[in-house]
Design a protein around this ligand. Sequence first.
Ligand code: PLP
Length: 409
Amino acid sequence: MAKAVSELNASHIEELAKSFGEALRETPLIRSQSLEKRVQSKQALFLKAENLQFTGSFKARGALAKILEILKEAKEKGVITASAGNHAQGLAFHASRLGVSAKIVMPIGTPIVKMRATKQWGPEIILFGESYQEAYEEATRLAKESGRAYVHAFDDWTVMAGQGTIGVEILRQCPDVSSVFLPVGGGGLLAGVGSYLKAKNPKIKLIAVQAEGCSSLIPSLKKGSPVSLDKVNTIAEGMAVKRMGEKSFSICQSLVDETVIVSDEEISDALLWILENERLFVEGCGGATVAAAMKRSDLISGSSVILLSGGNLDVDLLARIIERGLAKQGRRTQFEVVIPDSPGSLEALLHVIAQEQASILQVHHERVFTKTALREVVTHIEIETSGLEHLQRVKASLEKTSWPVRFLP
Ligand SMILES: Cc1ncc(COP(=O)(O)O)c(C=O)c1O
């Protein structure tokens, strides 16, 4: 443990931050008054927008730190890693800039957006295994066989120190920060950022956030060493790691003040909220921290920073999150009304909806595939309203008519 702590020190992290120069972005720290209002916080809340980092996540920091450390060897033999996406992109991006050959092993099922974004930087991509662990085993085997330098996604001191440079920016941008919400997968991010912040001000509270479908941190903290999960399943795939790193866990263990577990539904709600209220596009891990701040606003003490760790979200998944989120908020609704199959009936039904100022998105008339009487027709309608209250008014007006109405789930 003592050795572990000595491997991550604040001055090394500060030196790294300086050495990055233009190769990385200092990401903005955005005050979110909407979030303050939403969680009724009297404290200032800030979003650290690492989703705007080059390649769309903080992972480009650790990858750059490592390549710079081993640049000579990397240029001669190349680098290799296993990653489900963000680390792969960060490594491929900097390798291509610095003239280093890169090979990436990705688990089968890696989101298409991450695979395509990685490909553009020209690494060799191998799809292998069902999980990060299987891809990792294959990548370490290939590293031995080929002599390429293995760049671990989280369990490497230099990679962790690279992630820690976020801490340097946070302290510069918000000197009075008193709590920070961070997502945890393998633990490299929290180890790097947390050890820097605690070294500078041990009073800063670190709130570790995990998704329900991959929450190995709490049992690991209880046991005092990383525990392995049998399976992981979450929309925050950056966190979908079965086992935290030995080194990263040894650091996290001494740093974490609080833990918050959030469900995929809470993450989805937060993603939609961030998109609508902050106009920022973030992936599951990024939304998880906001979901945690919404769920446990009691943990907000003084100025707080919530890390939006990445923005590489599949647009298909985003589309589903938006549609379902709008339905949940009562802003999109489908229902069926049985009306007489006679001229003017449909017009009368649409008139009821129009009077309540709801917008009609779709209308479908069903005469054949239904068990209603021959002289009746089932009208399937989708409407847009401003929310639950507005929807209630539409429902009340429809229920006042003589037509049977059935709202769909
Ligand atoms: C966007 C994002 N957030 C958080 C994490 C978790 O980081 P760590 O594995 O260092 O704990 C990852 C890991 O890939 C990630 O891609």
